[in-house]
Design a protein around this ligand. Sequence first.
Ligand code: DX5
Ligand code: ZN
Length: 227
Amino acid sequence: MARPTYRIAPSILSADFARLGEEVRSVIDAGADWIHFDVMDNHYVPNLTFGPMVCQALRKHSVTADGRKVPIDVHLMVQPVDALAQAFAKSGADIVTFHPDASTHVDRTLQLIKAEGCQAGLVFNPAAPIDVLEWVLDKVDVVLLMSVNPGFGGQSFIDSALRKCERVRKLIESSGRDIRLEVDGGIKVDNIRRVADAGADTFVAGSAIFGQPDYKAVIDAMRAQLA
Ligand code: DX5
Ligand code: ZN
């Protein structure tokens, strides 16, 4: 595979919710490539976070100092999916990913997201099979592999995600399509290289970045590992 352009996607799940706009601006100044936005409904996952209105409010903060828009990567951990996926698309999301097991009609949900002008992606839990990809890879822009069980930040990386990552990388390569392979959960400076070696090109990190006072130092250290 050609050398990938790596993307680092800080998850604002671990940011200070009382100062979210400022946190988004700080992490963008620190070098964030995407802003990862974890939507939890206390139904599909046992936690509750934020909705489309918060996404809309953060839109004006997701811009670099020189005016470049930083994509908002909305990770839906909700069931049902369709109405919220559309609401987020209309609220400034650039990428919308969802768990196929949370949607009754996966192909339709992907079409809905793309019809709104967003990139669409599927998310796979640690124990979830990936066979659905065979049938919808032509409609997918992002594959997001969970390396923790969804619902909370600060959990430990589950190693089987590496094997799954290798497998999905092969599928993507054989499709010939430009599909991002993103991994989410437990990613830190000391394991990001292993995740990249397994084929990932996009890395979500919440607690590793927002748990430290100097966001730029962490993102720089991650990039040094990837270099
Ligand atoms: C978990 C979320 C993750 C979470 C990652 O359900 O999808 O995006 O914020 O947090 P860390 O990096 O702390 O494992
Ligand atoms: Zn996430």
